[in-house]
Write a protein of this length. Sequence first.
Length: 388
Amino acid sequence: MFAYNRIRLRVLAGAVLVVVGAALLLALRPELEALAPGMFKAPVHDIQLKDATPGHITVNVTAETAYWEARIQAVGDTAAHAEFLASAEKLSHSPLLASEGTQPEHTATHTFGEALYKVEGLKGINACGPEYGQGCLHGFFGLAVQDYGVEAGVAQLSALCAAEKDEYSRISCEHGLGHGILSYLGYSFTDLLDALSVCGRAEPASDFAQGCGGGAFMEYNIRFLLLSDSTSTSPVRQFSTDTMYEPCAQLSSDTYREACMFWQPLWWFSSPAVAVTPSVAAHIATYCDAVPFASASTTLACFEGIGYVLPQKISSPENVARSCAAVSDNITYRIACWSYAEENLPVAARVTNSSFVCSGLSGTLESACLTEAAQAPAATDTVSPEDF
Protein backbone atom coordinates (compact mmCIF):
# COMPACT_ATOMS: atom_id res chain seq x y z
CA MET A 1 0.00 0.00 0.00
CA PHE A 2 2.82 2.35 0.89
CA ALA A 3 4.49 1.70 -2.46
CA TYR A 4 1.20 2.31 -4.23
CA ASN A 5 0.77 5.67 -2.48
CA ARG A 6 4.32 6.64 -3.43
CA ILE A 7 3.49 5.93 -7.07
CA ARG A 8 0.34 8.05 -6.79
CA LEU A 9 2.35 10.87 -5.23
CA ARG A 10 4.90 10.71 -8.04
CA VAL A 11 2.16 10.79 -10.68
CA LEU A 12 0.49 13.70 -8.92
CA ALA A 13 3.79 15.54 -8.58
CA GLY A 14 4.49 14.95 -12.26
CA ALA A 15 1.10 16.34 -13.22
CA VAL A 16 1.71 19.40 -11.04
CA LEU A 17 5.08 19.95 -12.72
CA VAL A 18 3.47 19.73 -16.15
CA VAL A 19 0.83 22.29 -15.19
CA VAL A 20 3.38 24.61 -13.58
CA GLY A 21 5.70 24.20 -16.56
CA ALA A 22 2.93 25.03 -19.01
CA ALA A 23 1.99 28.09 -16.98
CA LEU A 24 5.62 29.27 -16.91
CA LEU A 25 5.95 28.65 -20.65
CA LEU A 26 2.83 30.71 -21.28
CA ALA A 27 4.04 33.51 -19.00
CA LEU A 28 7.46 33.56 -20.63
CA ARG A 29 6.11 33.25 -24.18
CA PRO A 30 6.85 36.89 -25.21
CA GLU A 31 10.46 36.60 -24.00
CA LEU A 32 10.96 33.19 -25.61
CA GLU A 33 9.41 34.39 -28.85
CA ALA A 34 11.83 37.33 -28.87
CA LEU A 35 14.78 34.97 -28.38
CA ALA A 36 13.57 32.41 -30.92
CA PRO A 37 11.10 33.99 -33.36
CA GLY A 38 8.56 31.57 -34.73
CA MET A 39 8.93 28.88 -32.06
CA PHE A 40 5.22 29.10 -31.23
CA LYS A 41 3.97 29.40 -34.78
CA ALA A 42 1.99 26.64 -36.44
CA PRO A 43 3.51 25.06 -39.58
CA VAL A 44 2.62 27.00 -42.72
CA HIS A 45 -0.74 25.74 -43.93
CA ASP A 46 -1.07 24.46 -47.49
CA ILE A 47 -4.09 26.17 -49.04
CA GLN A 48 -6.23 23.46 -50.58
CA LEU A 49 -6.88 23.62 -54.32
CA LYS A 50 -9.59 21.83 -56.27
CA ASP A 51 -8.16 21.75 -59.78
CA ALA A 52 -4.55 21.72 -60.91
CA THR A 53 -5.36 22.43 -64.56
CA PRO A 54 -3.57 25.62 -65.72
CA GLY A 55 -6.06 28.43 -66.13
CA HIS A 56 -8.67 26.65 -64.04
CA ILE A 57 -7.04 26.36 -60.62
CA THR A 58 -9.62 26.98 -57.91
CA VAL A 59 -9.51 27.10 -54.13
CA ASN A 60 -11.45 24.65 -51.99
CA VAL A 61 -13.68 27.36 -50.50
CA THR A 62 -15.50 25.23 -47.94
CA ALA A 63 -12.35 23.58 -46.56
CA GLU A 64 -10.39 26.84 -46.38
CA THR A 65 -13.16 28.80 -44.67
CA ALA A 66 -13.54 26.06 -42.06
CA TYR A 67 -9.79 25.90 -41.51
CA TRP A 68 -9.45 29.63 -40.88
CA GLU A 69 -12.49 29.69 -38.61
CA ALA A 70 -10.74 27.11 -36.44
CA ARG A 71 -7.45 29.02 -36.48
CA ILE A 72 -9.08 32.34 -35.55
CA GLN A 73 -10.82 30.64 -32.64
CA ALA A 74 -7.58 28.95 -31.56
CA VAL A 75 -5.02 31.78 -31.82
CA GLY A 76 -7.00 34.99 -32.36
CA ASP A 77 -7.54 37.09 -35.46
CA THR A 78 -4.15 38.84 -35.57
CA ALA A 79 -2.11 35.66 -35.30
CA ALA A 80 -4.42 33.83 -37.72
CA HIS A 81 -4.03 36.66 -40.23
CA ALA A 82 -0.25 36.35 -40.02
CA GLU A 83 -0.60 32.60 -40.61
CA PHE A 84 -2.85 33.25 -43.59
CA LEU A 85 -0.34 35.63 -45.16
CA ALA A 86 2.38 32.98 -44.82
CA SER A 87 0.07 30.40 -46.43
CA ALA A 88 -0.85 32.72 -49.31
CA GLU A 89 2.82 33.57 -49.85
CA LYS A 90 3.62 29.85 -50.00
CA LEU A 91 0.79 29.33 -52.50
CA SER A 92 2.04 32.20 -54.66
CA HIS A 93 5.39 30.41 -55.09
CA SER A 94 3.81 27.14 -56.13
CA PRO A 95 4.89 26.00 -59.63
CA LEU A 96 1.20 25.36 -60.33
CA LEU A 97 0.55 29.10 -60.17
CA ALA A 98 3.51 30.24 -62.27
CA SER A 99 1.23 31.71 -64.96
CA GLU A 100 -1.90 32.33 -62.89
CA GLY A 101 -1.32 35.86 -61.58
CA THR A 102 -2.86 36.45 -58.12
CA GLN A 103 -6.41 35.21 -58.71
CA PRO A 104 -6.12 31.98 -56.62
CA GLU A 105 -4.65 33.97 -53.72
CA HIS A 106 -7.49 36.49 -54.05
CA THR A 107 -10.07 33.72 -53.77
CA ALA A 108 -8.23 32.26 -50.78
CA THR A 109 -8.30 35.67 -49.13
CA HIS A 110 -12.10 35.69 -49.53
CA THR A 111 -12.26 32.60 -47.35
CA PHE A 112 -10.26 34.29 -44.59
CA GLY A 113 -12.61 37.30 -44.66
CA GLU A 114 -15.65 35.05 -44.40
CA ALA A 115 -14.08 33.16 -41.51
CA LEU A 116 -13.31 36.43 -39.70
CA TYR A 117 -16.92 37.57 -39.92
CA LYS A 118 -18.31 34.19 -38.88
CA VAL A 119 -16.14 34.05 -35.77
CA GLU A 120 -15.91 37.70 -34.71
CA GLY A 121 -18.69 39.62 -36.40
CA LEU A 122 -18.05 43.26 -37.27
CA LYS A 123 -15.00 43.66 -35.06
CA GLY A 124 -13.24 41.12 -37.25
CA ILE A 125 -12.76 43.82 -39.88
CA ASN A 126 -9.73 45.08 -37.95
CA ALA A 127 -7.82 41.97 -39.01
CA CYS A 128 -8.68 42.30 -42.72
CA GLY A 129 -5.62 43.37 -44.69
CA PRO A 130 -5.44 44.86 -48.21
CA GLU A 131 -3.47 41.98 -49.70
CA TYR A 132 -4.41 40.24 -52.95
CA GLY A 133 -6.95 42.75 -54.21
CA GLN A 134 -8.72 43.26 -50.86
CA GLY A 135 -10.25 39.78 -51.04
CA CYS A 136 -10.63 39.66 -47.26
CA LEU A 137 -13.00 42.64 -47.32
CA HIS A 138 -14.97 41.12 -50.21
CA GLY A 139 -15.62 37.96 -48.23
CA PHE A 140 -16.23 39.85 -44.98
CA PHE A 141 -18.84 42.23 -46.38
CA GLY A 142 -20.42 39.52 -48.49
CA LEU A 143 -21.66 38.01 -45.25
CA ALA A 144 -22.05 41.22 -43.22
CA VAL A 145 -24.49 42.86 -45.65
CA GLN A 146 -26.57 39.69 -45.70
CA ASP A 147 -27.02 40.09 -41.95
CA TYR A 148 -27.39 43.88 -41.71
CA GLY A 149 -29.26 44.72 -44.93
CA VAL A 150 -28.96 47.84 -47.09
CA GLU A 151 -30.93 50.45 -45.18
CA ALA A 152 -29.73 51.25 -41.67
CA GLY A 153 -27.32 48.36 -42.04
CA VAL A 154 -25.23 49.98 -44.78
CA ALA A 155 -24.97 53.19 -42.76
CA GLN A 156 -23.55 51.16 -39.88
CA LEU A 157 -21.18 49.24 -42.11
CA SER A 158 -19.96 52.32 -43.99
CA ALA A 159 -19.16 53.91 -40.63
CA LEU A 160 -16.61 51.12 -40.16
CA CYS A 161 -14.97 52.19 -43.41
CA ALA A 162 -15.00 55.88 -42.47
CA ALA A 163 -13.04 54.99 -39.33
CA GLU A 164 -10.21 53.33 -41.27
CA LYS A 165 -6.71 54.67 -40.59
CA ASP A 166 -5.88 56.01 -44.07
CA GLU A 167 -7.40 56.80 -47.46
CA TYR A 168 -6.37 53.55 -49.11
CA SER A 169 -7.80 51.44 -46.29
CA ARG A 170 -11.03 53.46 -46.32
CA ILE A 171 -11.57 53.09 -50.06
CA SER A 172 -10.66 49.39 -49.95
CA CYS A 173 -13.24 48.93 -47.20
CA GLU A 174 -15.90 50.77 -49.21
CA HIS A 175 -15.05 48.65 -52.23
CA GLY A 176 -15.68 45.46 -50.28
CA LEU A 177 -18.97 46.93 -49.07
CA GLY A 178 -20.01 47.50 -52.69
CA HIS A 179 -19.50 43.81 -53.42
CA GLY A 180 -21.67 42.91 -50.45
CA ILE A 181 -24.46 45.34 -51.38
CA LEU A 182 -24.76 44.06 -54.97
CA SER A 183 -24.68 40.45 -53.80
CA TYR A 184 -27.45 41.20 -51.30
CA LEU A 185 -29.70 42.97 -53.82
CA GLY A 186 -29.16 40.60 -56.76
CA TYR A 187 -27.49 40.58 -60.15
CA SER A 188 -30.01 42.17 -62.51
CA PHE A 189 -29.36 45.56 -64.11
CA THR A 190 -32.06 47.08 -61.88
CA ASP A 191 -30.30 45.60 -58.84
CA LEU A 192 -27.06 47.20 -60.02
CA LEU A 193 -28.72 50.62 -60.28
CA ASP A 194 -30.12 50.20 -56.77
CA ALA A 195 -26.70 49.21 -55.47
CA LEU A 196 -25.06 52.23 -57.10
CA SER A 197 -27.69 54.47 -55.52
CA VAL A 198 -27.00 52.97 -52.09
CA CYS A 199 -23.26 53.42 -52.62
CA GLY A 200 -23.76 57.05 -53.62
CA ARG A 201 -25.38 57.70 -50.25
CA ALA A 202 -22.86 55.68 -48.28
CA GLU A 203 -19.49 57.14 -49.32
CA PRO A 204 -17.83 60.39 -50.44
CA ALA A 205 -18.35 61.09 -54.15
CA SER A 206 -14.59 61.12 -54.71
CA ASP A 207 -14.38 57.49 -53.57
CA PHE A 208 -17.16 56.18 -55.80
CA ALA A 209 -15.25 54.71 -58.78
CA GLN A 210 -12.71 52.79 -56.70
CA GLY A 211 -14.80 52.37 -53.57
CA CYS A 212 -18.35 51.16 -53.08
CA GLY A 213 -19.48 51.93 -56.65
CA GLY A 214 -16.44 50.15 -58.06
CA GLY A 215 -17.13 47.14 -55.86
CA ALA A 216 -20.70 46.96 -57.16
CA PHE A 217 -19.54 47.08 -60.81
CA MET A 218 -16.87 44.47 -60.15
CA GLU A 219 -19.31 42.12 -58.43
CA TYR A 220 -21.89 42.59 -61.22
CA ASN A 221 -19.42 41.28 -63.79
CA ILE A 222 -17.20 38.83 -61.91
CA ARG A 223 -19.67 37.61 -59.24
CA PHE A 224 -17.04 36.62 -56.72
CA LEU A 225 -19.61 36.18 -53.98
CA LEU A 226 -21.47 33.54 -55.96
CA LEU A 227 -18.36 31.38 -56.03
CA SER A 228 -18.69 28.21 -53.98
CA ASP A 229 -17.65 24.58 -54.14
CA SER A 230 -21.10 23.69 -55.46
CA THR A 231 -20.83 25.87 -58.58
CA SER A 232 -20.13 23.68 -61.60
CA THR A 233 -19.18 26.59 -63.83
CA SER A 234 -17.57 29.99 -63.32
CA PRO A 235 -20.03 32.55 -61.96
CA VAL A 236 -18.49 35.28 -64.15
CA ARG A 237 -21.10 37.05 -66.31
CA GLN A 238 -21.12 35.48 -69.77
CA PHE A 239 -19.16 37.47 -72.33
CA SER A 240 -20.23 38.17 -75.89
CA THR A 241 -19.25 40.86 -78.37
CA ASP A 242 -22.90 41.92 -78.56
CA THR A 243 -22.97 42.88 -74.90
CA MET A 244 -19.32 43.71 -74.28
CA TYR A 245 -20.10 47.32 -73.28
CA GLU A 246 -22.93 46.40 -70.94
CA PRO A 247 -23.88 47.51 -68.36
CA CYS A 248 -21.95 50.73 -69.10
CA ALA A 249 -23.86 51.50 -72.31
CA GLN A 250 -27.18 51.50 -70.43
CA LEU A 251 -26.01 54.04 -67.86
CA SER A 252 -26.98 57.66 -68.38
CA SER A 253 -24.74 59.22 -65.71
CA ASP A 254 -21.21 60.21 -66.77
CA THR A 255 -20.01 59.37 -63.27
CA TYR A 256 -21.47 55.88 -63.51
CA ARG A 257 -20.13 55.33 -67.04
CA GLU A 258 -16.59 56.36 -66.17
CA ALA A 259 -16.53 54.08 -63.12
CA CYS A 260 -18.12 51.27 -65.12
CA MET A 261 -15.53 51.47 -67.89
CA PHE A 262 -12.67 51.27 -65.39
CA TRP A 263 -13.95 47.88 -64.22
CA GLN A 264 -14.96 46.57 -67.66
CA PRO A 265 -11.47 45.29 -68.67
CA LEU A 266 -11.45 42.97 -65.65
CA TRP A 267 -14.49 41.25 -67.15
CA TRP A 268 -12.99 41.22 -70.65
CA PHE A 269 -9.78 39.61 -69.40
CA SER A 270 -11.80 36.99 -67.54
CA SER A 271 -13.31 35.62 -70.75
CA PRO A 272 -10.30 34.49 -72.88
CA ALA A 273 -9.30 30.92 -71.99
CA VAL A 274 -5.65 31.65 -72.81
CA ALA A 275 -2.67 32.94 -70.89
CA VAL A 276 -2.60 36.72 -70.74
CA THR A 277 0.26 38.15 -72.84
CA PRO A 278 1.12 41.57 -74.27
CA SER A 279 -0.70 40.60 -77.47
CA VAL A 280 -3.83 39.73 -75.50
CA ALA A 281 -3.57 43.07 -73.69
CA ALA A 282 -3.30 44.80 -77.07
CA HIS A 283 -6.43 42.99 -78.23
CA ILE A 284 -8.35 44.02 -75.11
CA ALA A 285 -7.19 47.59 -75.71
CA THR A 286 -9.02 47.62 -79.05
CA TYR A 287 -12.23 47.32 -77.00
CA CYS A 288 -11.28 50.52 -75.16
CA ASP A 289 -10.61 52.26 -78.47
CA ALA A 290 -14.03 51.27 -79.83
CA VAL A 291 -16.32 52.33 -76.96
CA PRO A 292 -19.46 53.58 -78.74
CA PHE A 293 -20.25 56.23 -76.11
CA ALA A 294 -16.62 57.25 -75.64
CA SER A 295 -15.53 60.45 -74.00
CA ALA A 296 -12.02 61.43 -72.96
CA SER A 297 -12.70 60.32 -69.39
CA THR A 298 -14.33 56.97 -70.20
CA THR A 299 -11.57 55.98 -72.66
CA LEU A 300 -8.85 56.92 -70.18
CA ALA A 301 -10.65 54.99 -67.43
CA CYS A 302 -10.74 51.94 -69.70
CA PHE A 303 -6.96 51.95 -70.17
CA GLU A 304 -6.50 52.49 -66.45
CA GLY A 305 -8.69 49.44 -65.93
CA ILE A 306 -6.39 47.36 -68.12
CA GLY A 307 -3.48 48.36 -65.89
CA TYR A 308 -5.41 47.44 -62.78
CA VAL A 309 -6.06 43.88 -63.91
CA LEU A 310 -2.71 42.97 -65.52
CA PRO A 311 -0.81 42.07 -62.31
CA GLN A 312 -3.68 39.76 -61.36
CA LYS A 313 -3.23 37.84 -64.60
CA ILE A 314 0.54 38.04 -65.24
CA SER A 315 3.18 37.03 -62.71
CA SER A 316 6.15 38.78 -64.36
CA PRO A 317 6.42 42.55 -63.64
CA GLU A 318 8.40 42.93 -66.88
CA ASN A 319 5.56 41.42 -68.89
CA VAL A 320 3.06 43.63 -67.07
CA ALA A 321 5.05 46.64 -68.23
CA ARG A 322 5.39 45.25 -71.78
CA SER A 323 1.63 44.69 -71.83
CA CYS A 324 1.04 48.35 -71.01
CA ALA A 325 3.41 49.20 -73.88
CA ALA A 326 1.32 47.05 -76.22
CA VAL A 327 -2.02 48.72 -75.48
CA SER A 328 -1.41 51.83 -77.59
CA ASP A 329 1.07 54.11 -79.30
CA ASN A 330 -0.54 56.90 -77.31
CA ILE A 331 1.78 57.75 -74.39
CA THR A 332 -1.10 58.94 -72.23
CA TYR A 333 -2.81 55.56 -72.45
CA ARG A 334 0.42 53.64 -71.83
CA ILE A 335 1.17 55.66 -68.70
CA ALA A 336 -2.43 55.41 -67.53
CA CYS A 337 -2.15 51.63 -67.79
CA TRP A 338 1.22 51.60 -66.02
CA SER A 339 0.10 53.85 -63.15
CA TYR A 340 -2.64 51.42 -62.18
CA ALA A 341 -0.47 48.36 -62.78
CA GLU A 342 2.06 49.80 -60.33
CA GLU A 343 -0.55 49.74 -57.59
CA ASN A 344 -0.27 45.94 -57.54
CA LEU A 345 3.49 45.70 -58.01
CA PRO A 346 6.25 45.91 -55.38
CA VAL A 347 8.06 49.25 -55.33
CA ALA A 348 11.28 47.77 -56.77
CA ALA A 349 9.39 46.38 -59.75
CA ARG A 350 7.85 49.78 -60.45
CA VAL A 351 11.28 51.32 -60.88
CA THR A 352 13.10 48.52 -62.67
CA ASN A 353 10.35 47.83 -65.19
CA SER A 354 9.10 51.32 -66.02
CA SER A 355 11.29 51.59 -69.14
CA PHE A 356 9.51 48.60 -70.72
CA VAL A 357 6.35 50.71 -70.90
CA CYS A 358 8.02 52.65 -73.68
CA SER A 359 8.99 49.63 -75.80
CA GLY A 360 8.66 50.21 -79.54
CA LEU A 361 8.93 53.99 -79.39
CA SER A 362 11.91 55.98 -80.61
CA GLY A 363 13.33 59.48 -80.70
CA THR A 364 11.55 62.30 -78.89
CA LEU A 365 8.45 60.14 -78.38
CA GLU A 366 10.49 57.55 -76.50
CA SER A 367 12.22 60.24 -74.42
CA ALA A 368 8.90 61.78 -73.47
CA CYS A 369 7.51 58.36 -72.57
CA LEU A 370 10.50 57.44 -70.40
CA THR A 371 10.23 60.74 -68.55
CA GLU A 372 6.53 60.26 -67.86
CA ALA A 373 6.98 56.61 -66.89
CA ALA A 374 9.68 57.49 -64.39
CA GLN A 375 7.59 60.26 -62.87
CA ALA A 376 4.22 58.54 -62.91
CA PRO A 377 3.09 57.79 -59.36
CA ALA A 378 1.23 54.60 -58.64
CA ALA A 379 -2.53 55.06 -58.54
CA THR A 380 -2.19 54.98 -54.75
CA ASP A 381 0.95 55.69 -52.77
CA THR A 382 -0.26 53.88 -49.66
CA VAL A 383 0.51 50.35 -50.84
CA SER A 384 3.76 48.71 -49.76
CA PRO A 385 5.44 45.56 -51.09
CA GLU A 386 4.34 43.72 -47.96
CA ASP A 387 0.74 44.05 -49.11
CA PHE A 388 1.30 41.59 -51.97
